[in-house]
Design a protein. Structure first.
Length: 136
């Protein structure tokens, strides 16, 4: 390839300004998209409507945080090449997931107990006035 042909690459290989802008905003998350939308509404409301429509159609409202979490989760499950470490990591992740499930079950039992106590208190308070009405 000669230097003249190397500098004249086809436009299809380089992303358009729109694609580059979208990637830039995606890297910065949901706040960048919302900022763009608000500024668009402030300066020229029809552009704000277009940005809002684009965000809704492409689900940009939920994209920022979730995509980062998914990337972290997929990175955590990737192999390092060291079998002993991979086994240790898999065992640790399994144990942590089990502890998380146990903790969530504990929290559910705690909430259920609190709900039952509040309901019992409500029923006791509700029953008290009717007893005093019967005595009168």
């Amino acid at each position: 390839m000669t230097p003249a042909t190397a500098s004249t690459t086809p436009m299809s290989q380089r992303p358009s300004w729109f694609a580059r802008t979208e990637m830039w905003l995606d890297e910065r998350g949901k706040a960048a998209w919302i900022t763009l939308m608000v500024l668009s509404f402030i300066f020229f409301w029809p552009v704000g409507l277009l940005v809002l429509g684009y965000m809704i159609m492409n689900n940009k409202f939920s994209g920022g945080g979730c995509s980062r979490r998914m990337r972290r989760a997929s990175h955590a499950m990737s192999s390092t090449g060291n079998a002993a470490f991979d086994a240790y990591k898999a065992d640790t992740l399994r144990r942590l997931e089990e502890e998380q499930e146990n903790f969530e079950a504990f929290l559910k039992r705690l909430r259920d107990a609190k709900d039952k106590a509040e309901f019992d208190q409500f029923m006791d308070e509700r029953a008290r006035p009717s007893k005093s009405d019967d005595d009168a």
